[in-house]
Design a protein around this ligand. Sequence first.
Ligand SMILES: [Zn+2]
Length: 280
Amino acid sequence: MLIDTHAHVNFRSFKDDAEQTLKRALDAGIFVVNVGSQIDTSRQAAELAGKFPEGVYAAIGLHPEHTHSQYVDEEETHFKTREEDFNESWYEELVAHPKVVGIGECGLDYYRLPENVSLHEQVKQKQIEVFKKQIRFAKKHNKALIVHSRPEKGSDELYEHMLQIFAEEEIKKLRFVVHSYTHTPEFLQKFLDLGAFVSFNGIITFDKTGNMEELVKMAPLDRILLETDCPYLAPIPMRGKRNEPGYVRFVAEHLAKLKGVELQEAENLTTRNAKTLFGI
Ligand SMILES: [Zn+2]
């Protein structure tokens, strides 16, 4: 069996067929963790998890791009994000749900900053503050933390900030995953040294730079998780389609190839890692 540790079947792209999509995954032996990006998608993730007796879980949290209002370009659809704060009392209600296994996705996103450069420092400070709140919340409830990170092109600043936050907040006391990591091997090593899991998705199937191959090869198999990040980032051979949890098997196949192990071994280890991280 496989676990798609980072899916968004709770997002609008699946509004007409979320339950059928999840059922398709379960029938194929794939468990799913749907990840929230703000309060309404967090609620939706918990609600979907509640509809299945087994195999569908939720993470709740506030994505950094929703901590300020801006236009973003996600897979060529333009939308304006709503500004939200991490209102702990809203999340307290959700975290009691038995299928909520993680906090996130939260973290830092310096890729899409507002056009007005004078606002950049303010936006970064807000993201840092909201990220710290969620780290403390995860600690308080003993939940896994799902970390999003997307740096400005060619800059290490985001990762330097993140390591500083991790030191201040004693991240070592938490179980956490750095999701969809695509930056340098040096920072990946620093995260691994702090006890992080790292999750890979369809990007490893279509990256032509060699960077993802290097990252996959250096990460030990007992720290790797698989994910789709659906509806985005469909893997080869599904490029251009709406991604879904079932396609995590293409990521698993490619990972096994890059690691030079049997598919079964890649499945077993990544599934065991996901269960350890989320306590399922
Ligand atoms: Zn995501």
